[in-house]
Each structure stands twice: as structure tokens, then as C-alpha cells.
Write a protein that binds this ligand. Structure first.
Ligand code: UD1
Length: 398
């Protein structure tokens, strides 16, 4: 019998790859009933729906349809809508992933919700069940267990909205699943009890391994007349890179110079697309025919381009990890990273708009430095997460 109702919070592009393998693993468990809750933070077909298809996910069970807004608007709207869903559906476990605004919003709503019961709830809730002094002795309140997958990452840069989202989500979570030892250390330093922290590895590698055959079968190179190892792949969307016209112009100028040496494929995020157009920079990028500008791609075709690239230039979090796993050089256009293991052990290097051209030329002129795939980045993270839920909920399940 399916005893445990589990919400998986999907919201924005990077989250879909994190909930995909977990949904499939949970669905196979006789005790678990996974529900996909899509907040709608990302809503364009190629930012959302196409990922569900690629990752073989069903339509979301619940769609909040929130869309864009300022940080407070987006966070507030998700909280209000998700609270209603919590009240109406009473999940036992809420799993939030990553660091987007919806992660924080759902974590806040799930932490503050209280279900009132006339009878003591089943055994496995014992640890979270409180009988309040003011209530009749037959009444109990309990809360869903909140779990954060990809906990403990820190850039130590509080100007990044994602850093605020990470810190608050981790402070609220009952279970913190981390991808790497640096994340464990960050949490311990913030006073999170060790008993709540469990290293499970990197779930992104589960998606990659789950879809590897499909990724390898794609023929994106033919579609864009490219050859393996003879193009660079670019993605940029961070406000710090794309919202300031001077900065974005400098980056576009460097891309143009780099493209004289190697072709570039640049699937453009909607935020970046809007800014390129309003700053009048699209012409600069596209006019020499060496920079292929495309719409954002879904997971499988995009990963096919990653697999075959000479190097990747990005400001995304996930790509720093995927390139380290695949041994592909990555330049990260940011002053810091919350994923330092990709630099210490992997193929990632930080760069700046000023150094970008030199760093790219350095990669083209050099060979790939030795690298190591971090421990537990092995495609088996979802199994560890499932085992961890079982352990937290207790033997009553089995
Ligand atoms: C969000 C996350 C970021 C993540 C990124 C991946 C936060 C604070 N940021 O940033 O951590 O790395 O997603 O893509 O949660 N837009 C569309 N169509 C869409 C989605 C967005 O046109 O499907 C437009 C919006 O109108 C908005 C802009 O893109 O103008 C930004 O969207 P938003 O979700 O606020 O942030 P991202 O920059 O995508």
C-alpha cells in the first residue's frame, strides 16, 4: 500500500533534471506516492514542457502557474498558492531541490504548515508530531518532513539571490542531502546538526546516466554542421552578466573574437534574449556567421552538444558539474562558485569578462589538465535518497 505521500517541487529549468530520476526511483517503491508540483516559475515550452518529455516525466500532478515577477512577488505568489495545496493534499514529505525562488518559497510554506488531527497520526510521523498544550488531549498537530536535495552549497556571495535561497532553505530543512564534502562542512559551520546531514552525491549525474543512450543517439552536430571537439558551447543568464549593457557588450565582443578561432553554439535563455535585443547586441553576435544563436534547448539535444564540445563557457551551476563529470573544460563566467569541488577536482575554471578571451585561447592552445570525478557522482544518488527517506521515516514502512 502506498503510505507516504511525497511532493517533489519542480519549478525552473535546472530543477527538472533533479526531480526526474528521483520521481522514477520513488514511483518504483511500494510505500511511496510521489507527486510532481510545478510552480510554473519557468513556463516557456522549451524551458519547461520539453524537459518533462525528455526526462520521461508525466504531466505535473499540480501546476501553480506562477510565472515571472520580482523576487518578492514570485516567492510570495508561490507561498500563497503552495500553502493551499499543502492544506488540500497533506503530503507527508516535501522535497525541494536546488536554489531557485520556488525552492525557498515551498520550503517556507511547508515548514509553517500544521495539520491538525483528532487521532494520533501513524507511527512514522512520531518524530515530527507535537501535541500542543492548548489543545484537547485527543488532538495532535504534525508537519510534513522537509528535505532539501543539493543542500550545503555556498558561494559566500549574498548578492546572489540563489545564495539567500540556499541558506534559508537549509536552515529550515529536516533532512539535508548534500552532493560533496564541502557542503557537509558548510552546514556544520552553520550549526546544522550532523544527524540531519547525509551525503548522497550529485543527482544531476543520475539524469545524465538515465538518458545517456538517448543523448548519444542525437545528431545535433549534423543539424548545425559541426564537428566533434570543434566548437564551444555557451550559456549565460545570470543577472550579473546579462542585465548590465556594458558588461553584456564586453562579453559579446569577446565571444565574437573567440568565434574567429572556434565556432560557437549559444542557446539563449529568455532573460538574455530580451537584453540582447533591447541593448541592440544581437547583430554583433550573429553577423559573422560563426556564432550559432538558438532558442533554449531541451535536455537531451543540449547534452548531446555538451558531450561533443571542445569547451563550455557558462554561468550556470549545473553545467559546471556536468562538464566535470564528462571531463570537458569549462569556463565559468562568475567571480565565485558554490561548487568549488568542480575547480579543485574537476575541469572548471572561473573567468571574468576581461579575461574571457585569454582564458578561452588558453584552452584552445592547451591540453586537458588531469581531473577527477568527485566521489558519489555516479548515477546512484536517487537510490541513496530513497534509502535515506526510508531510514528517516522508520521501519514502520517496510
Ligand atoms: C532562474 C533561477 C536561477 C536558475 C535559472 C535557470 C532564481 C532566483 N533564479 O533564473 O537560479 O539558474 O532560473 O534558468 O530562482 N522567462 C521566460 N520564460 C520562462 C522563464 C523565464 O521568458 O520560461 C523570463 C522571465 O520573464 C524573466 C526572466 O526570464 O524576465 C527570468 O526568469 P526567472 O525565473 O525570474 O529567473 P532566471 O533568470 O531564469
Amino acid at each position: 500500500m502506498k503510505q507516504v505521500k511525497i511532493h517533489l517541487i519542480a519549478a525552473a529549468r535546472p530543477n527538472f533534471m533533479k526531480i526526474g530520476p528521483l520521481y522514477h526511483a520513488l514511483r518504483d517503491e511500494p510505500w511511496a506516492e510521489p507527486f510532481i508540483v510545478h510552480t510554473g516559475q519557468h513556463y516557456d515550452v522549451n524551458m519547461s514542457e520539453a524537459f518533462f518529455k525528455d526526462l520521461r516525466l508525466p504531466e505535473p500532478d499540480i501546476h501553480l502557474g506562477i510565472g515571472s515577477g520580482t523576487h518578492a512577488e514570485q516567492t510570495g505568489k508561490v507561498m500563497i498558492a503552495y500553502e493551499k495545496v499543502l492544506v488540500g493534499t497533506r503530503p507527508d514529505v516535501v522535497i525541494v531541490v536546488g536554489d531557485v525562488n520556488s525552492t525557498l518559497a515551498c520550503a517556507l510554506a511547508a515548514t509553517k504548515i500544521c495539520y491538525n488531527e483528532a487521532a494520533r497520526p501513524p507511527n512514522f510521523f512520531a518524530r515530527l508530531t507535537v501535541r500542543q498544550a492548548s489543545q484537547p488531549s485527543s488532538h495532535y498537530t504534525h508537519r510534513p518532513l522537509l528535505a532539501h536535495l543539493e543542500a550545503g552549497l555556498r558561494s559566500f556571495d549574498r548578492t546572489m539571490p540563489e545564495e539567500i535561497n540556499r541558506i534559508v532553505t537549509d536552515a529550515l530543512s529536516n533532512i539535508l542531502w548534500t552532493p560533496s564534502p564541502d557542503a557537509d562542512e558548510n552546514l556544520l559551520k552553520e550549526g546544522i546538526p550532523a544527524s540531519r546531514i547525509e551525503r548522497v552525491g550529485n543527482i544531476m549525474m543520475d539524469s545524465l546516466e538515465m538518458m545517456r543512450n538517448e543523448i548519444e543517439k542525437q545528431n545535433m552536430l549534423e543539424q548545425y554542421s559541426l564537428h566533434r571537439g570543434e566548437y564551444a558551447l555557451v550559456t549565460l543568464h545570470r543577472p550579473s552578466n546579462v542585465d548590465d549593457p556594458i558588461c553584456l557588450k564586453q562579453i559579446c565582443g569577446s565571444l565574437r573574437r573567440i568565434s574567429e578561432n572556434i565556432k560557437i553554439v549559444f542557446p539563449v535563455h529568455p532573460r538574455t534574449r530580451k537584453n540582447l535585443q533591447s541593448f541592440g547586441l544581437d547583430e554583433l553576435l550573429e553577423s559573422n556567421g560563426r556564432i550559432i544563436v538558438t532558442e533554449p534547448m531541451s535536455y537531451v539535444p543540449f547534452m548531446n552538444l555538451v558531450f561533443n564540445a571542445r569547451f563550455v563557457l557558462t554561468d550556470s551551476g549545473g553545467l559546471q558539474e556536468e562538464t566535470t563529470y564528462l571531463g570537458i573544460p569549462c569556463l565559468t563566467l562568475r567571480p565565485n562558485t558554490e561548487r568549488p569541488i568542480t575547480i579543485e577536482q574537476g575541469t572548471n575554471r572561473l573567468t571574468t569578462p576581461e579575461k574571457l578571451l585569454d582564458d578561452a585561447m588558453g584552452i584552445l592552445g592547451g591540453s586537458i589538465a588531469p581531473y577527477k570525478v568527485p566521489e558519489m557522482w555516479d548515477g546512484r544518488t536517487s537510490t541513496r535518497v530513497v534509502n535515506s527517506i526510508k531510514a528517516f521515516l522508520g521501519k514502520g514502512l517496510l
